[in-house]
Design a protein around this ligand. Structure first.
Ligand code: FRU
Length: 493
């Protein structure tokens, strides 16, 4: 019976997707090479896995309209993480533990087990006693059609963890056992709880992997934990930690005791639109992470989710990044090399000396492009470099590399009719001879990577194609930029 209910709900949702697909496709703000849903709302990446020769991305979605509600799992496959084929929805709300309009099948992860593709997700319901979040299992023989486990839920909140603050299981295998880290809250402090299982169905509490003392909020969403070199990395998306959207910690972990001791922490992205990243390994061993390029209404800088809902959709993923460790144990996040395959119309220039006057730069059509350069400090005496993106119709995004104050800011308050806010980060300039800058622009987003991919800003903007100018100038002296490379980027839709 329960199998049929989910099928029926998936079919109903598929009909809504079929009805809206063509209209949504023509939306003016649709991204050209970033991952999006076919129709409706999407948020977190879920169940990322390379399985049977393809990259599988699942994602939180409400296929019916461009706002969050009634969470389903969307599903798409790709050979290069740029060109996608949509498959039928993988999960729809259907059971007492996950069938609720303001709940459903929340975030989780995927793993291959016993010859099947297993999904572990959070079921969210509310039968009058408040939200109840439990961990649930679904599996599939063919990697496309899923069935929920009859014994769901497999885990309920432990004592002291409120039933609405226990979610987002991320599973992995180590030795012969399965491990899972889950976001939780106890005494109003965020925790990452570690569980262990021998068969993916019976789970036992193992340890508190890490917890906030208040500085990193009261709840961690979408925790992720993995080995990188001989160290371990925990990433969390904290609720109640001000403008911090994603935090990473690097340290040592002991599978005997379940203890994680971290010595280093940092931020993956300082922009306003980078949240709930999940990692997975590519067949060549790269550790890749993917995040949702948007933010929640409880964040201090939130205004709304942007105008895309008027086109029947909302939400995209940031470009896929490869995680690498630097010599001092901090992390850097590099755009995947696959992006080079969609470059068009490349041009390069060895050097450009900028003064107070604005210099125009050409990259693709000025909307969908990649731009790289270095700031040469040995031949720079200005206080600031200003970089204007998506200029036109009296509007622009202003990126300020403020050398005096060691700050990078991205101001989108005059970038279009919708966007607000300026994201900030500290630039570590002491002793540096040059600073690398790498930018990816798409129809409705700008991602800026600098300082060896350690200081990154992802921000959405909703500008039309008439805003296609790129300009640079220096303030208070001259700035020398070198190794300039510019490309257009092909549409992948
Ligand atoms: C993070 C999150 C998760 C939850 C999902 C609901 O963005 O709030 O904690 O599972 O989104 O859609």
């Amino acid at each position: 019976m329960s199998k049929e209910l989910m099928l029926r709900n998936i079919e109903r949702a598929q009909r809504a997707i079929d009805e809206n697909r063509e209209t949504v496709k023509n939306g003016r703000m649709r991204q050209r090479y970033h991952f999006m849903g076919e129709t409706g709302w999407i948020n977190d990446p879920n169940g990322l896995i390379y399985y049977k020769g393809k990259y599988h991305f699942f994602y939180q979605c409400n296929p019916y309209y461009g706002h969050w509600d009634y969470m389903h799992w969307g599903h798409a496959v790709s050979n290069d993480m740029l060109h996608w084929e949509y498959l039928p929805l993988a999960l729809a709300p259907s059971e007492a533990y996950d069938d609720y309009m303001r709940g459903g099948c929340f975030s989780g992860s995927a793993i291959e087990y016993d010859g099947k593709l297993y999904l572990m997700y959070t079921g969210v319901t509310n039968d009058g006693k408040g939200f109840e979040q439990t961990q649930c299992i679904a599996y599939s023989e063919d990697g496309i059609h899923f069935e929920k486990y009859d014994g769901n839920p497999v885990l309920t909140p432990p004592e002291g963890v409120p039933s609405h603050l226990f979610r987002d299981p991320k599973v992995w295998k180590h030795g012969d056992a399965y491990y899972m880290v889950c976001g939780a809250s106890r005494d109003n402090k965020a925790q990452a709880l570690l569980y262990r299982s021998d068969d993916m169905l019976r789970w036992e509490f193992f340890s508190v992997l890490a917890e906030s003392r208040g500085e990193w909020g009261y709840m961690w969403e979408c925790p992720d934990f993995y080995q990188l070199g001989d160290k371990y990395v925990l990433t969390v998306s904290p609720m109640g930690a001000g403008e911090r959207t994603v935090v990473y910690m690097v340290g040592d972990f002991d599978y005997e005791t379940g203890k994680f001791s971290y010595q280093i922490n940092g931020e993956i992205d300082w922009g306003y639109d980078y949240y709930a990243p999940q990692s997975f390994t590519a067949p060549d061993g790269r550790r890749l992470i993917v995040a949702w390029a948007n933010c929640w209404d409880w964040m201090p800088f939130w205004k709304d989710w942007g105008p895309a809902y008027k086109e029947g959709w909302c939400g995209s993923f940031n470009i896929v990044r490869e995680v690498q460790m630097t010599e001092n144990g901090t992390l850097k996040f590099l755009p995947i090399k696959e992006l080079e395959s969609i470059r068009t119309a490349g041009s390069s220039q060895a050097e450009l000396v900028l003064g107070a006057e604005e210099t125009e730069i050409k990259a693709g059509d000025g909307v969908s492009f990649e731009l790289r350069f270095k700031i040469d400090f040995e031949n720079t005496d200005a206080d600031k470099l200003l970089l204007y993106l998506r200029c036109g119709a009296g509007k622009k995004i202003v990126c300020t590399f403020d050398f005096g104050h060691a700050e990078l800011s991205v101001d989108r308050s005059n970038s279009d009719d919708w966007s607000v806010g300026t994201s900030h980060s500290v630039m570590y300039l002491a002793g540096k001879k040059e600073l690398d800058v790498h930018i990816f622009s798409d129809q409705s987003s700008i991602e800026i990577f600098t300082d060896n991919y350690q200081n990154n800003h992802s921000n959405n903007i909703f500008a039309g194609n008439e805003q296609n100018g790129i300009k640079m100038c220096a303030c208070g002296g001259k700035v020398t930029v070198t190794d300039i490379e510019a490309y257009g980027l092909e549409s992948c839709e």
